[in-house]
Design a protein around this ligand. Sequence first.
Ligand code: B1M
Length: 215
Amino acid sequence: MHPILNDISTNLQAGKAKIVRELVQQALDSGVPVKEILDEGLLSGMNIVGKKFKNNEVFVPEVLVAARAMNQGVQVLKPHLVDANVKPIGKVCIGTVQGDLHDIGKNLVKMMMEGKGIEVVDLGTDVQPATFVDTAREQGCRIICLSALLTTTMGMMTEVVQAAREAGIRDQVKIMVGGAPVTDAFCQQIGADAYTPDAASAAEKAVEFLTGEPA
Ligand code: B1M
């Protein structure tokens, strides 16, 4: 592993956003592959923060500054994850479900989808079921993408599936679900259309739904 990836992880854990930005840029300049910077630098640092958070070794303020550093690092990577020349292939909406404020994973999914030429309406965090359904109907989104990071909020995904049924649009939209506590079994149980474990596979699945062909 390139030593700079360890520096990125360590500075992310310390919430040093400016240094993280600089290190990510340096890593890119040195030819470290984008996926390695994301997985072994940024995400690995965030995972360590998550473990410490769970063990009460760090608390919400530290996690927030680490999250800010993560977002800054991702911004530097964005032009390399998104190919500006891809043709638009369809529109989707995405959001973190009601009651849930985690948005880093959702933002990554959005970025990867944009990289595949998908137009993404970003509804943000803490999104009510009706907002997903209204947006899909009013803006012609063919997929509703739901993210949840809490075991206490993943149940809201059921409400979105139900709201789509009640609005009479269930057969016109696909519903994709993801986030750390979500599983394929849960997806099937609530009657959603696809679970994917990470941002890259979510983007590939969305392309498949929009074009009818594998990405
Ligand atoms: Co929170 N938090 N948090 N937190 N937080 C977790 C999720 C937790 C696992 C930490 C822990 O205990 N180890 C735990 C949840 C426990 C549980 O429910 N099982 C937890 C808790 C408890 C809480 C609070 C309740 C803490 C409190 O206040 N006592 C609180 C809840 C607030 C709320 O939402 N109402 C809270 C608050 C926060 C912060 C605000 C401080 C901050 C969020 C900042 C932000 O997002 N802007 C935060 C953070 C950062 C985390 C951890 C440390 C990191 C999450 C993250 O961003 N990971 C997290 C621990 C951990 O995950 N290790 C934790 C990186 C991100 C890229 O991964 O989002 O999983 P992830 O996305 C992945 C995949 O899941 C997937 O793609 C991404 C990778 O490519 N994916 C999809 C995501 N969405 C998808 C959608 C798809 C497909 C794939 O299709 C549509």
